[in-house]
Design a protein around this ligand. Structure first.
Ligand code: UGA
Length: 427
């Protein structure tokens, strides 16, 4: 099929490259000239494992353009994959979505083109776009909601081996055509109304954040009562009704999706007259979780003024250079506010633009030079293999706060470190 995709961000690029790999012809359109130019030259604007090779392999079926007409020419399916960041009020900012809808031409080459919404949008957006299309006389253009569930760092596997494909359509035939796009991918297809498909996306992310905030609170109680959250999570996760996933306690969830989508669902509920108490608590628990590290450091070091704290990892999770809403940002801000000297290192994410006043080091060991404490923020493989004996030599004070519960506390203690995890007991 002939597909056009509006938005060459992480969702648009991965989706476009994967559709091209399935044999479809794909044109990806973006408004950023430097992005389109770079993509044309084979340079990816984001770090996503396997993406560059996938784009290269499908060069013949993949076109990048700034031009709306070129993108729309012959298109049977028009995907919207633009960003929907939070506005000041916490609602999703749909301006980029509406720009795409407004830019659509008054006539298409295909007999019945279909607009497919991949961007994460509030429930009700599909109905609003439908009536905007109708009022422009585009009644022959279909509309389908087909939310994405890709996780950064494993997005290509998320496309090729998804848990499910959700398709919400106003017209059954439109839904069938979008479903046929995924021929060759083995996954249950969930067919729903448009509002239900929109809600599946928001509810899925909200439930995942609920699980993490839940296990983080269990971890905080574990610290007080002498239990170990990693053992507790293992025991809980074996119940087939609960499952093992998203039960890793840590310093909080971040990223481009969870914070924005949880806020958007909270506001969607509030705007509709419902106070979503549980989701409010989930969000608040996460805010507090990011700050608990500071209290842990203060307990061990006293005042942080003039103390050097090294942040190991800056990305919101491993496998990505994305620092949006990363716990590292809040942590760095709080530490600087307490008067600490903060150094940081990440193998991929570049904190220079976001972390003013933080010394960005060239290596993890360099970040630890003369440090009073190390905080493991992102569980990058490089950091799990760090030479802690060498780190011990370089640090002024041997203290490690393991924000992801991934380090070997016994080994660290044998090297003379004080160790503190999240919800873990250290014998
Ligand atoms: C998330 C969802 O997992 C995807 O299904 C969804 O499509 C995507 O948002 C989106 O809406 O686009 P992503 O933001 O890439 O994907 O990252 P996750 O792997 O879900 O991790 C999110 C955050 O939760 C990270 O900060 C991670 O460290 C944290 N986390 C995750 C935990 O603290 N504990 C866990 O057990 C799992």
């Amino acid at each position: 099929m002939r597909i056009s995709i509006f938005g060459a961000g992480y969702v648009g690029l991965v989706t476009g490259a994967c559709f091209a790999d399935l044999g479809h012809r794909v044109v990806i359109r973006d408004v950023l000239p430097e992005r389109i130019e770079a993509l044309g030259a084979g340079t990816m604007p984001i770090f996503e494992p396997g993406l560059e090779d996938l784009v290269e392999r499908n060069r013949e079926r993949l076109v990048f353009t700034l031009d709306v007409e070129e993108a729309i020419e012959g298109a049977e399916l028009v995907f919207i994959a633009v960003g929907t960041p939070p506005t000041y009020s916490g609602d999703a900012d749909l301006s980029a979505v509406w720009t795409v809808v407004d830019e659509l031409p008054g006539a298409f080459d295909a007999a019945r083109p279909i607009i497919v919404m991949k961007s994460t949008v509030p429930v009700g957006t599909g109905a609003a776009v439908r009536s905007a299309l109708d009022s422009r006389g585009l009644t022959g253009v279909g509309y389908v909601s087909n939310p994405e569930f890709l996780a950064e760092g494993s997005a290509i596997a998320g496309f090729t081996r998804p848990d499910r494909i959700v398709i919400g359509a106003f017209e059954e035939g439109d839904g069938n055509r979008v479903a046929s796009l995924y021929d060759g991918i083995e996954a249950p297809i969930v067919r729903t109304s448009v509002p239900s498909a929109e809600m599946v996306k928001l509810a899925s992310n909200a439930f995942l954040t609920t699980r993490i905030s839940f296990i983080n609170e269990i971890a905080n109680v574990c610290e007080l009562v002498g239990a170990d959250v990693t053992d507790v999570a293992a025991g809980v996760g074996l119940d087939h009704r609960l499952g093992p996933h998203f039960l890793r306690a840590g310093i909080g969830w971040g990223g481009s999706c969870f914070p924005k989508d949880s806020l958007a669902l909270k506001q969607l509920a509030a705007n509709s007259g419902y106070h979503f108490q549980l989701l409010n608590a989930v969000i608040e628990v996460n805010e507090l979780q990011k700050r608990r590290v500071v209290a842990k450091l203060q307990r061990r070091l006293g005042s942080l003024r003039g103390k050097k704290v090294a942040l190991l990892g800056l990305a919101f999770k491993p496998g990505t250079d994305d620092m949006r809403e990363a716990p590292s940002l809040v942590l760095a801000g709080r530490l600087l506010a307490e008067g600490a000297d903060v150094s940081a290192w990440d193998p991929v994410a570049d904190g220079r633009a976001l972390l003013h006043g933080v010394e960005i080091a060239d290596s993890a060991l360099a970040a630890l030079d003369g440090a009073d404490a190390a905080v493991l923020v992102t569980e990058w493989p490089d950091l799990l293999e760090l030479d802690w004996a060498e780190a011990a030599e370089r640090m002024r004070h041997r203290l490690v706060v393991d924000g992801r519960n991934v380090l070997d506390s016994r080994q660290l203690r044998a090297l003379g470190f004080e160790y503190e995890g999240v919800g873990r007991q250290v014998e």
